[in-house]
Design a binder for this molecule. Structure first.
Ligand code: IPE
Ligand code: IPE
Ligand code: MG
Length: 246
C-alpha cells in the first residue's frame, strides 16, 4: 500500500456524509440506527484528520432541505446531535480541536443552539484543527444572505462597487475566514453537490466513493487522501506552466 505524504494533505477537507439511511435499510434497520452508526464514523474521521494534521475539516451534517424529512427523523437527528456535542466536547478538548458551526441558527431548536454555542466557547482557545459542522446549511441561502448583507453595506456607503472582489465577497459567507476546501469527499455513490459550498468549491478536487458513510473507515479515508495526492491542480493553467513554476 502506497504511503501517505504528510506534507501533501488537503489543508481544508470537506465531506458530504451520505448514505446513513441506505446503510440501515440494507440491513432492515431503522434509518436512525444508520445515523447512530454514522456518528461513530464522524468520531473516527475527526480523530484521524486531527492526528494527520489537517487544519480545517468541514462536515455536512444537516442541510436546509433536510428539514423537510419526516418529523420523527428530524427529531431523532436533533437528539443525536445534542448527544454528540455533549459527548464530543471533552474529546475535542483532549485533541486540541476548535469547534465551529455554519448554517442558519434561527432554524435550529433553542437547546441545540445553546449546546453549540457552549461547545464553541469552550473550545475557542484550542489551537489545533478547526472542525466545522454545517447544520441547517444551504449554500444558495448562504449566498443570498451574503448578497443582502453586502447590499446593506453598499447602501450605507461602507463598501463601494470598486471594493468588490472574490475575497471581499467570501468574507460575507458563513465560511468567511476559512480557506476554500482543497478536497471534497462524498460517500454513498451520489455524484452531486446538494447545495453544499457552491461558491467555495470552485477549484476543489472532488472525490466520490460508493461506500456508505457508516462503513467509511480509516482505510477508505486513506484511499481518498492518496487519490488527492496523485492529482495535479492546474487552476486553468497548463501542466508545463506548473512544472516550470511560471
Ligand atoms: C446522510 O445520510 C445524513 C443526513 C442527510 C442527515 P442520509 O440520511 O441522507 O442517507 P441516505 O442518503 O438516505 O442513504
Ligand atoms: C446531503 O445529503 C446533506 C447531508 C449529507 C447532510 P442528502 O441525502 O440530503 O442529499 P440528496 O437529497 O441525496 O441530494
Ligand atoms: Mg442522503
Amino acid at each position: 500500500m502506497q504511503a501517505l505524504e504528510l506534507e501533501k494533505l488537503p489543508r481544508h477537507l470537506a465531506i458530504i456524509m451520505d448514505g446513513n439511511g441506505r446503510w440501515a435499510q440494507e440491513r432492515m434497520l431503522s434509518r436512525i440506527l444508520g445515523h447512530k452508526k454514522g456518528v461513530e464514523t464522524v468520531r473516527t474521521i475527526v480523530e484521524e484528520s486531527s492526528l494527520l494534521g489537517i487544519q480545517y475539516l468541514t462536515l455536512f451534517a444537516f442541510s436546509s432541505e433536510n428539514w423537510l424529512r419526516p418529523k420523527s427523523e428530524v427529531r431523532s437527528l436533533m437528539a443525536l446531535l445534542k448527544k454528540y456535542i455533549a459527548m464530543e466536547t471533552p474529546r475535542m478538548m483532549r485533541n486540541n480541536i476548535r469547534f465551529n458551526v455554519i448554517g442558519n441558527p434561527d432554524e435550529l431548536p433553542d437547546d441545540i443552539t445553546k449546546a453549540l454555542q457552549t461547545a464553541m466557547a469552550k473550545t475557542s482557545g484550542n489551537s489545533g484543527m478547526l472542525l466545522t459542522l454545517a447544520l441547517s446549511y444551504g449554500s444558495r441561502q448562504e449566498i443570498l444572505r451574503a448578497v443582502a448583507n453586502l447590499a446593506v453595506d453598499m447602501v450605507a456607503g461602507r463598501v463601494s462597487k470598486e471594493d468588490l472582489t472574490d475575497d471581499l465577497f467570501s468574507g460575507y459567507l458563513y465560511t468567511g475566514g476559512l480557506p476554500e476546501p482543497d478536497f471534497l469527499i462524498r460517500t454513498s455513490g451520489e455524484m452531486r453537490i446538494s447545495n453544499f459550498l457552491l461558491w467555495q468549491l470552485a477549484y476543489t478536487e472532488l472525490y466520490f466513493t460508493q461506500v456508505n458513510w457508516p462503513d467509511f473507515d480509516k482505510g477508505h479515508f486513506y484511499d481518498a487522501l492518496r487519490n488527492f495526492q496523485a492529482r495535479e491542480r492546474r487552476y486553468g493553467l497548463t501542466s508545463d506552466q506548473l512544472r516550470k513554476g511560471e
